[in-house]
Every structure is written in structure tokens, then in C-alpha cells.
Design a protein around this ligand. Structure first.
Ligand code: SF4
Length: 375
């Protein structure tokens, strides 16, 4: 095995704890292809896209307690040069093994040094090799403004990991990263840069929360995500479940319930895509979502006075709040009404995509109850 191949195996493996897509929560996506660094990122409709996902280096001077690269871990540390990453990526790309690049890095010296190396890779690919495909660059906490500006001018998407919903939460995870100055301030810069130039990172900025590494509640996490959508023009949040990795200070820390992250994704989707207000979601006394039922169903039960809802009279906004009715089916119901056609049978709703089993107890069709629900 060449020196470069060894590095690739180590740094491709180290990159797997960063999420780069909405649906995937499974590190096995790295195993789908035996070649190191190739990651099958899930996109919508069950499709996957192979990305070259790698760290520039696993050397790091930070002490993030959840991360295998933390500064006190004595293990094999290696580093790629920008030329290394560029040549491996192009080889994979020209052999049609990958369709894009997702690049991150440890921070061995200062953020400027590591960010400069990452930007250099993107610059070489775009300017020297004429590569026009997908590039996602991680913005490292504490990176200088001019390098962030260069990064957004070269990448399709940028992201900076928040990990924690509060600055106190971050203090418990790392003594070397400052939540407000190293992360939130950089997010503000990115927002400003992107809003001033449509050419810059057209897919916008995203972030990742590390769910269960600290004691933050679902409410705190969703409040922060909601704030980021409104104030930072965030495109998407990832809710990655904390994994207790061996040889980290948190190796004995309990991992979150397997349903916690999926419930956060569902709640986030209601806020970000269905126009729900945070106040409409239901949390238990500890500030967490119900793990047994999805947040939309629980919210509907909480507002029993609205149900059963007359499908042929409800607004688009109200239809979206009915379990089993999604955006497409709500649109079709409204279109049908505008065309002068009332929906009279469950069979018709089924045809336009409504999940009848879920919707039935919450709806009326031409004033007729479809089934009853024990509230
Ligand atoms: S900055 Fe923190 S999370 Fe990133 S590589 Fe270093 S120790 Fe790991």
C-alpha cells in the first residue's frame, strides 16, 4: 500500500462522522464501496450520490470531547497536501467513481492554515482543472473572513458545525472552540456574503447538531434551528446522533435513543417546510419530543378542537396539519376544489396521495365523518 493510500484510508475513515445530507444517518454508507473516502450520500426519493468525502488531516489542536481527533489522542496522525486531495479526487471523478467532493479538516495549527489548504483544493479543481461539479466545503471554526469569502466563491455549499444548541453546551464539549465568536459570527459572515452575491455557494449554508452529546433538550435544539433558518438563512440542519467513539473522553457517555434524531428531523421538516410554528409542536415536561408517535400526529391530537376537518373547506395551511396529508396532496385537494369538484370518497383522496389510514380519523368528507378517534 502506498503512503498516499494509507493516508486516504485513515482520513476517509475519519471523515465519516460529519453528515452531508438530510436523510442519511448511517455511517455504513461508507462501506457501500470498498474504495476509501467514497461516501454514498442519500438524496431525495431514495437515490444516492457518490461523493469523495475526506479530511485534509486528522491532526488537531482542539479538544472536542466527542471527536476521535481530539488533541490528547495518541494515534496515527497524517496530513494530505492540497495536491494529494486534488489528484485523488480527479482520479475518482474521471473513473466515474464519485460525482462530487465534501472536504473537511482537523486544525493542527490555526484555522487559517487548514482553511487555506481546503480552499486551495477547491481553487485548483475549479481554476486549473476546469471542474464544474459539486463541492461542499466545511468552514472551520475561527476561519478568517477573507478565506470564508474565497470558500463561498468556489463551493456549491458550505457548512459550519454548531454541534450544540447553546454556548453553555459547547463549553461542556470543547474548551478550545468559542461558540459565539468562532461559530455563530462565521455563520453571520456567510449569510452576509451569500445574500450579496447569487454566484456564491448557490446551495447555501447548513449546519450539524450533535444530538445527545450534551444534555440539551429537543426544544432547545429546535429553537436554535428555527432561529438559524430565520436569522442566518440556513438551508438545512442535520441532527446527527452522538456516537460514543472509543478513545474519546465521551467513550462511556450514553448514546441517544435511536428514534430521537428521526423525530427531530420530522419536527424540523414541519418547521422548515410545512410552515409550522414552534409553538404548535408538543414537548414533554423535560422539553423532548414524543418518541413513539411522529410530531405531526401528536400536534394534531393536541389541537383536537380542529378535528375532524372538512376536507372540501379546509385551507391549504390547515390541510398540511392533518396527519397523512403532505404538500403535494394538499395542493391537489385545493386544485380539485378550484376546478369545482368536491372530493366525496376516501378512494379519491387515496388516488391523490393521502395516506388514508393516518388521515381518516381527522377528516370529514362532505360533512361525513370517516372514522372516529379516541382523543
Ligand atoms: S476541531 Fe474538534 S471536531 Fe474538528 S477535528 Fe478537531 S477535535 Fe475533531
Amino acid at each position: 500500500m502506498t503512503n498516499l493510500s494509507k493516508k486516504l484510508e485513515i482520513l476517509g475513515e475519519s471523515a465519516k462522522f460529519d453528515r452531508c445530507n438530510y436523510i442519511n444517518t448511517n455511517t455504513d454508507n461508507f462501506l457501500a464501496n470498498k474504495l476509501p473516502g467514497i461516501y454514498h450520500a442519500s438524496i431525495r426519493d431514495g437515490c444516492t450520490v457518490p461523493l469523495f468525502k475526506v479530511l485534509m488531516t486528522n491532526k488537531c489542536s482542539n479538544d472536542c470531547r466527542y471527536c476521535v481527533n481530539h488533541n490528547r489522542h495518541n494515534f496515527n496522525r497524517v496530513e494530505f497536501s492540497p495536491e494529494d486531495v486534488t489528484s485523488i479526487f480527479l482520479e475518482y471523478y474521471h473513473n466515474q467513481l464519485v460525482e462530487g467532493l465534501f472536504l473537511s479538516s482537523g486544525i493542527p495549527r490555526d484555522p487559517e492554515y487548514s482553511m487555506e489548504n481546503m480552499v486551495e483544493v477547491a481553487h485548483k479543481l475549479r481554476m486549473k482543472h476546469g471542474y464544474q461539479g459539486y463541492i461542499h466545503l466545511k468552514i472551520l471554526p475561527g476561519s478568517p473572513y477573507d478565506l470564508i469569502k474565497r470558500a463561498v466563491s468556489l463551493a456549491d455549499r458550505v457548512s459550519i458545525n454548531l454541534e450544540s444548541a447553546t454556548s453553555e453546551g459547547m463549553e461542556n464539549l470543547s474548551t478550545t472552540k468559542n461558540y459565539d465568536t468562532d461559530i455563530i459570527r462565521r455563520m453571520k459572515w456567510i449569510k452576509k456574503l451569500l445574500s450579496g452575491n447569487k454566484q456564491f455557494s448557490p446551495s447555501g449554508q447548513t449546519t450539524q447538531f450533535l444530538v445527545g452529546a450534551g444534555d440539551e433538550t429537543d426544544l432547545q435544539i429546535l429553537e436554535k434551528a428555527d432561529w438559524l433558518y430565520k436569522k442566518m438563512d440556513l438551508k438545512r440542519s442535520y441532527f446527527s446522533p452522538f456516537e460514543a467513539v472509543k478513545d474519546t473522553p465521551l467513550e462511556s457517555h450514553a448514546e441517544p435513543h435511536p428514534k430521537r434524531s428521526p423525530r427531530l428531523y420530522q419536527a424540523d421538516h414541519l418547521l422548515n417546510s410545512y410552515g409550522f410554528d414552534l409553538k404548535e409542536l408538543v414537548f414533554d415536561d423535560d422539553g423532548n419530543l414524543n418518541l413513539d408517535r411522529d410530531p405531526k400526529y401528536i400536534a394534531a391530537l393536541e389541537h383536537e378542537e380542529k378535528y375532524p376537518m372538512e376536507i372540501n373547506e379546509a385551507s391549504f395551511k390547515d390541510l398540511l396539519r392533518v396527519p397523512g396529508i403532505g404538500k403535494i396532496s394538499a395542493k391537489r385537494i385545493i386544485q380539485s376544489r378550484k376546478a369545482g369538484k368536491n372530493i366525496l370518497k376516501l378512494e379519491e383522496l387515496k388516488k391523490i396521495g393521502v395516506v388514508i389510514k393516518r388521515a381518516e380519523p381527522f377528516i370529514k368528507l362532505n360533512k361525513n365523518y370517516q372514522s372516529t378517534l379516541e382523543f
